[in-house]
Design a protein around this ligand. Structure first.
Ligand code: 4NP
Length: 161
């Protein structure tokens, strides 16, 4: 039996730091878990300043140190994303607020999920914006994303086993 893929859109503000990293981490961990066909993963930003750009060079460098190659081209969230995707995962409260404003209807709100729902309390309630931060902040983002994406993959494994 072929399971339909779960379609996930990761969303942050600029779509050059956190959400393209989330996309890259999720794709790699899914492939390593034998779940490549079970997920469709993309990312987008609520802002449009960096449309068409590769991820921030600091995020690509932090990823490369852990074996990731972040190659997403920045795009902005579109109203039709709310029909295309099953889950739209925001990195912080600002993202979640903006997503609710962009959703074509209240019914679409149920697809909007905080990344915090896949974090442990001690890991915090958000993935913090590293844009004005240091290399350590970029590294911390990847650690949080590995934890969150790892749990998403594990929870699907339990459902299909
Ligand atoms: P992101 O980080 O939301 O994780 O991609 C940011 C990237 C760019 C800007 C802000 C946050 N910016 O202001 O251009």
């Amino acid at each position: 039996m072929k399971t339909k893929p779960t379609k996930v859109l990761f969303v942050c503000l600029g779509n050059i730091c956190r959400s393209p990293a989330a996309e890259g981490v999720m794709k790699k961990l899914a492939a390593e878990a034998g779940q490549a066909d079970l997920w469709e993963i993309d990312s987008a930003g609520t802002g449009d300043w960096h449309v068409g750009e590769l991820p921030d060079s600091r995020m690509r460098a932090a990823g490369a140190k852990r074996g990731y190659n972040f190659t997403h081209r920045c795009r902005q969230v579109r109203p039709d994303d709310f029909d295309r995707f099953d889950l739209i995962i925001g990195m912080d409260d600002n993202n979640l607020r903006n997503l609710r404003l962009l959703a074509p209807s209240r019914e679409h709100w149920s697809k909007i999920v905080p990344i915090a729902s896949h974090l442990k309390p001690e890991e915090g309630k958000l993935v913090p914006d590293p844009y004005y931060g240091t290399d350590r902040d970029f590294d911390h983002v990847i650690s949080l994303l590995e934890a969150a994406c790892g749990r998403m993959i594990k929870s699907l494994s339990h459902k299909i086993c």
